[in-house]
Design a protein around this ligand. Structure first.
Ligand code: HEM
Ligand SMILES: *[C@@H]1O[C@H](CO)[C@@H](O)[C@H](O)[C@H]1NC(C)=O
Ligand SMILES: *[C@@H]1O[C@H](CO)[C@@H](O)[C@H](O)[C@H]1NC(C)=O
Ligand SMILES: *[C@@H]1O[C@H](CO)[C@@H](O)[C@H](O)[C@H]1NC(C)=O
Ligand SMILES: *[C@@H]1O[C@H](CO)[C@@H](O)[C@H](O)[C@H]1NC(C)=O
Ligand SMILES: *[C@@H]1O[C@H](CO)[C@@H](O)[C@H](O)[C@H]1NC(C)=O
Ligand SMILES: *[C@@H]1O[C@H](CO)[C@@H](O)[C@H](O)[C@H]1NC(C)=O
Length: 330
């Protein structure tokens, strides 16, 4: 016969276990800062709007930071940590980011502005998610309710950044596998690739397609010939690999669905872009066609896929910390 007090103790322990599990599995939600920092999105948006005046590329750069954060250890602002000489090997020095990822100073400006209004409450990981949405909507793309409540990591994973982020040189099946590894499906892959509707890429990342594709001594036969001529002018064979070309040659800084009609016209800049439309029999082709013909469908899918990406393994509850400087562990 179990005593009343020990039954009570069991109930108490079960409740405590439930609370702890519940805490560590806390879901993100749109109202996380409603009572503590209700203006956080406006503050971030104002900083980005200001930055866009002198740098029309910054919106693209900021959404890419969120992507490269989320694919490595989840959306935990690990990408923002600087090398500290010992245990932090910065993701900024990983292959996909070095001499490529940009926008860090704007993230710091947002953080400073947010700290001035609501000190020590808003994570750097949430700032990246908020900045991604503001960047898209300020560029003419969709708006969505950003889910919040992430906390910041105390570690970085440079090796993970080298291996988990897709490269522009790999095949569609390999890129799909990297999306699948973080819980994103084919629809997410095509929708999120639509972020290449703005921003730039360095000649060195696609020049193989212009002169010597797969060692043939000829350009990628898929490339539209007029587009090839233009790209060869931007990226001469003896030029600098760091010269920039627009990812969307039609409307370079606007967030729209032209990226998908470009693919239909063999005007995808990166091999990884064109593969979505030009890989024989791929499930991605019909999704490209849908998004090319219906911008509303693209915008709806993009917003949902951004929410999916922003949900990759967040730190919540009492895990991680709220960094006071996005570049350093507290
Ligand atoms: C599907 C696999 C992807 C590959 C292989 C890929 C690859 C690349 C590469 C090589 C660049 C140019 C980097 C440089 O020149 O330094 C780039 C730029 C960019 N990527 Fe991706 N990307 C992918 C997916 C995504 C996703 C999911 C997003 C966001 C949701 C994104 C957003 C961007 C943006 C906005 C830029 C331009 C950044 C700027 O101008 O600063 N990409 N990407
Ligand atoms: C949002 O999440 C936080 C942390 O898990 C929680 O305290 C809050 O009640 C949630 N809000 C809503 C509306 O679910
Ligand atoms: C919210 O932030 C914006 C942008 O910084 C600012 O213009 C506005 O006055 C702020 N609103 C409140 C209520 O603090
Ligand atoms: C990641 O890649 C960079 C650039 O190729 C290299 O310098 C670095 O050593 C790699 N880091 C790890 C941990 O593998
Ligand atoms: C690159 O090659 C072009 C055409 O052959 C030539 O006109 C140009 O001067 C060269 N530029 C450099 C920097 O060598
Ligand atoms: C475009 O997509 C939206 C959203 O999926 C859908 O409601 C609408 O019917 C589509 N329009 C056309 C013309 O197919
Ligand atoms: C680097 O950061 C780690 C993690 O916060 C910390 O343990 C370590 O002491 C730091 N090293 C230096 C030199 O600051």
């Amino acid at each position: 016969m179990v005593s009343f007090s020990s039954s009570l103790a069991v109930v108490f322990i079960l409740v405590a276990v439930f609370v702890v599990l519940h805490e560590s599995n806390a879901q993100l939600n749109a109202t996380f800062y409603a009572t503590t920092c209700s203006n956080v999105s406006n503050i971030a948006r104002a900083v980005i709007q200001q930055a866009l005046q002198s740098d029309p590329r910054i919106a693209a750069s900021l959404i890419r930071l969120h992507f490269h954060d989320c694919f490595v250890n989840g959306c935990d602002a690990s990408i923002l940590l600087d090398n500290n000489g010992t245990t932090i090997q910065s993701e900024k020095d990983a292959a996909p980011n070095t001499n490529s990822a940009r926008g860090f100073s704007v993230v710091d400006n947002i953080k400073t502005a947010v700290e001035n209004s609501c000190p020590a409450l808003v994570s750097c990981a949430d700032i990246l998610a908020i900045a991604a949405e503001a960047s898209v909507s300020l560029s003419g793309g969709p708006s969505w309710n950003v889910l919040l409540g992430r906390r910041d990591s105390r570690t970085a994973n440079q090796a993970g950044a080298n291996t988990s982020i897709p490269t522009p040189f790999e095949g569609l099946s390999s890129i799909s596998a990297k999306f699948s590894a973080v819980g994103l499906n084919t629809n997410d892959l095509v929708a999120l690739s639509g972020a290449h509707t703005f921003g730039r890429a360095q000649c060195g990342l696609f020049i193989n397609r212009l002169y010597n594709f797969n060692g043939t001594g000829n350009p990628d036969p898929t490339l539209n010939s007029t587009y090839l001529t233009t790209l060869r002018q931007t990226c001469p064979q003896n030029g600098s690999g760091t010269t920039l070309a627009n990812l969307d040659p039609t409307t370079s800084d606007a967030f729209d669905n032209n990226y998908f009609s470009n693919l239909q016209n063999n005007r995808g800049l990166l091999l990884s872009d064109q593969e979505l439309f030009s890989t024989n029999g791929a499930a991605t082709i019909s999704i490209v066609n849908t998004f090319a013909s219906n911008q509303t469908a693209f915008f709806q899918s993009f917003a949902q896929s951004m929410i999916n990406m922003a949900n990759i393994s967040p730190l919540t509850g009492t895990n991680g910390e709220i960094r006071s400087d996005c570049k350093k562990v507290n």
